[in-house]
Design a protein around this ligand. Structure first.
Ligand SMILES: Cc1cc2nc3c(=O)[nH]c(=O)nc-3n(C[C@H](O)[C@H](O)[C@H](O)COP(=O)(O)O)c2cc1C
Length: 177
């Protein structure tokens, strides 16, 4: 199995791809290779080539799922990801869509719940201002993965990505990769 990390994203207006590139750069600084795949152009079985997966998804249309991810929802649920480590990141707009902030990241987590994957990269909700999110836990203290808001807090993106990648190392996610 490869030590290379597989990052899979879907995007409508490129923000999720751009954040994927920032994650890739940050891992490169730490000596790890990340391969980027747009789910629109990729056979979903490609995920099985990696032990460590990073999956990125934006939310559209009041809690809606980015269309390329939505198309493969059932195929995702059918994957056997046991032994694999998965970290999620989601793009959203907390002021424009505060009742649905990064909801699609919660959907992605739900789709993968029975695949056997181990999830890492949970992220504090501190510093965000939103009403509700499918990607947050019951007391709204944590998101299931990294939340990025390019619409309202683009100035925090680099710092959040850097901290999150360091956190993934600290969680020894790479030890399993
Ligand atoms: C029409 C529209 C609907 C949106 N709906 C949501 C939403 O329900 N929840 C959310 O968190 N963000 C929402 N957003 C914000 C997008 O998720 C955000 O702009 C994101 O960065 C887009 O990522 P992409 O460029 O990778 O497609 C919406 C944006 C637009 C323009």
């Amino acid at each position: 199995m490869s030590n290379t990390i597989g990052l899979f994203y879907g995007t409508d207006t490129s923000n999720t791809e751009m954040v994927g590139q920032k994650i890739q750069q940050q891992f490169a600084e730490l000596g790890s290779t990340v391969e980027l795949h747009d789910v629109k152009d990729t056979d979903i079985e490609t995920m099985l080539n990696y032990d460590f997966l990073i999956l990125g998804i934006p939310t559209w249309d009041f809690g809606g799922i980015q269309s390329d991810w939505e198309d493969i929802g059932d195929a995702l649920s059918a994957l056997d990801l046991s032994g694999k480590t998965v970290a999620l990141y989601g793009l959203g707009d907390q002021f424009g869509y505060g009742d649905f902030f990064v909801d699609a990241m919660g959907w992605l987590h739900e789709k993968l719940l029975n695949t056997g994957a181990t999830f890492v990269g949970q992220w504090s909700t501190e510093g965000y201002d939103f009403e509700a999110s499918r990607a947050a836990n019951a007391d709204k203290s944590e998101f299931i993965g990294l939340a990025i808001d390019e619409d309202q807090q683009f100035d925090l993106t680099d710092q959040r990505v850097e901290q999150w990648v360091i956190q993934l190392y600290a969680e020894q996610a790479l030890a399993a990769a």
